[in-house]
Design a protein around this ligand. Sequence first.
Ligand SMILES: [Zn+2]
Length: 393
Amino acid sequence: MSRYRLIPSPDQEMLLRDQCAHARFVWNLAVEQWLWWRLGRTKAPGYPEQCRQLTEARREHDWLRAGSQIVQQQALRDFSQAMAKFFAGTHRKPTWRKAGRNEGFRIVAVKPGDVRRLSRKVGEVRIPKVGWVRFRRSRAVPVAKSYRVTLDRAGRWHIAFAAIPPSIPAPGSGHVVGIDRGVTVSAALSTGEMLNVPWPTHARQRRLRRLERKMARAKRGSGRRAQVKLAIARLKACQADIRKDWTEKTSTDLARRFDLIRVENLNINNMTRSARGTAAKPGRNVAQKAGLNRSILASCWGSLVRRLQDKAPGRVEKVNPAYTSQRCSACGHVAAESRKSQALFACVACSFACNADVNAARNIAAGHAVTARGGDGAARPVNREPQLLLLPG
Ligand SMILES: [Zn+2]
């Protein structure tokens, strides 16, 4: 994906918003049909059947007919792909798209003549029913067969060309690196390097808190509330951009420097699950866990590995994370007591001492599938698997 800032004129922006509304309408129709299917009342239609229904809907609704058929059909195709991913178990079930939140549409069958260059910094793209729309040509535009136009909550338009960038060649040095992802240190490397996602400045955090208080006081549906909401969205979008930039730079750097990159195999969805519990059985430390979840998500754990896999295909290995924080990377002794504190690891067997995150990263680099101390087959292991993210209750 190569993403650029789209700069539509006010007239074009209205047309783009219409297209977004059409795509959302069609998508939500598909979601609704699947809800019916869940109730077992009728057989859920597949993509060809939905296309026929779309033709009917276009005949009925003038505003829908005024829009691009490519956009609307593609929304259906995207939905059926989302369902396929859901059935494959890799993605969650597609849900409703909300106005102002999930705004975007996809254009396929893009021809090379649909994208042109106006100057060194400005490009233009032909969007059906909208015409030529300018974008900030921040770098070379790849040849792509499709693109997606989106509007984020901060009111910014983007165009992303779907092109798989060429992968980064391995340096061929035979160097292996292990990455331990954490909250205090975003990524500790087995080389001893500590990489950190840029955290929002204090001034920015203060401003966000102030805006959030203002938002809580503003009346629902008021113009003032919308204004504050946009300011919050802008602030958050800026921070997300900084994180994204860090992820891109870090993943490129790692892919260039190392032949093999090992990471722990973490299930971030499970780790960041809410601790809220149910009404009958409320969870403990809900607020703390929520804060921790935010930290994990802000640390870009998932996106870093995803981008590494894109840039260094076949060179990223996922290692079982069990005991990586308790095992001594020098002698291999596994003991919970070796982990002296959040930052310090000092082996109780060989007195090797090192930063705890770096020690874990070295274990990950070695790719050890560590077995529990005293755990021999049928016998119950003495050591429990470390529950890194359980809070003291
Ligand atoms: Zn040791």
